[in-house]
Design a protein around this ligand. Structure first.
Ligand code: FPP
Length: 249
């Protein structure tokens, strides 16, 4: 039976923050005898479908793993195609995000991005900063270990300059130096394409996340498959280290 956006929206136990590892663009193209780059164009089309589906279902934060720091090691023509897709998509879609009251945040090492893409994305972040319907977080040149190391360096510099007492370093202070500062931890992490890996994604932030592994390749992971994952989440019991009895008391 078709799952409607409204059904998820009304559900008190829906996730506040969904983080997705989109995987399988290359295989989607290969299965059809197409170049990998066609898989990435389809992947972008599907990002739009899932962003819309999220906003309609009342999801407050959606994070997508669009490009990892390790993805720079792919063949240079593939990297070039992904970067130009990124610039053209951002140019085309940012105004629409803004019209729909969606806030855009980029996490990852923005310094690695081509100048044009970085400028468009930073302008988009500024333009949409005060939007309140949903926050779309795009992980670009992202590596969780790299993010953690950058935070550690920043805190170490503050300690050296006597701005931070090492004894006062707690989870809240550490989180305030991560790229995701101010964004709540993901409740649900979804990975598509039948692979069971975390791939250096939100390692600190997903300490208590629920995981959902979908067999569909990313371009085939449509609204209904997504809503199925969200409904599955609502049936789980999150205990955060406590017992079931404590949680239900
Ligand atoms: C995943 O499939 C694809 C990537 C990690 C890179 C490309 C991402 C996009 C085109 C989405 C871009 C998003 C925005 C916001 C523009 P894969 O190539 O790893 O697939 P495979 O495992 O089948 O080879």
């Amino acid at each position: 039976m078709e799952i409607k956006a409204e059904q998820i929206k009304q559900c008190a136990g829906k996730p506040q923050h969904v983080a997705i590892i989109l995987d399988g663009n290359g295989r989607w193209a290969k299965q059809r005898g197409l170049p990998r780059t066609m898989g990435h164009s389809e992947g972008v089309r599907n990002v739009k479908e899932i962003v819309t589906a999220s906003a309609e279902a009342g999801i407050r934060y959606l994070t997508i793993y669009a490009f990892s720091k390790q993805n720079w090691n792919r063949p240079s023509d593939e990297v070039g195609t992904i970067m130009s897709l990124l610039s053209s998509t951002a140019k085309r879609e940012i105004n629409e995000l803004h019209r729909n009251n969606v806030c855009l945040r980029i996490i990852g090492d923005k310094n690695d991005l081509p100048e044009e893409a970085r400028k468009i994305l930073e302008d988009g972040e500024k333009l949409t900063r005060d939007n309140t319907l949903m926050t779309l977080v795009v992980a670009l040149s992202y590596s969780s270990r790299d993010e953690i190391l950058r935070a550690v360096r920043a805190i170490a510099r503050d300690s050296r300059d006597a701005k931070t007492d090492p004894e006062q370093i707690d989870e809240a202070l550490f989180e305030s130096r991560l790229d995701t500062a101010g964004i709540p931890d993901p409740d649900l992490v979804i990975r598509t394409s039948g692979e069971f890996r975390i791939s250096n994604y939100l390692l600190w932030q997903s300490a208590y996340a629920e995981f959902y592994f979908a067999k569909e390749l990313w371009p085939d992971f449509h609204r209904q498959e997504y809503y199925h994952a969200l409904l599955d989440y609502t049936k789980r019991e999150r205990r955060f280290g406590k017992t079931s009895e404590q949680v239900s008391a």
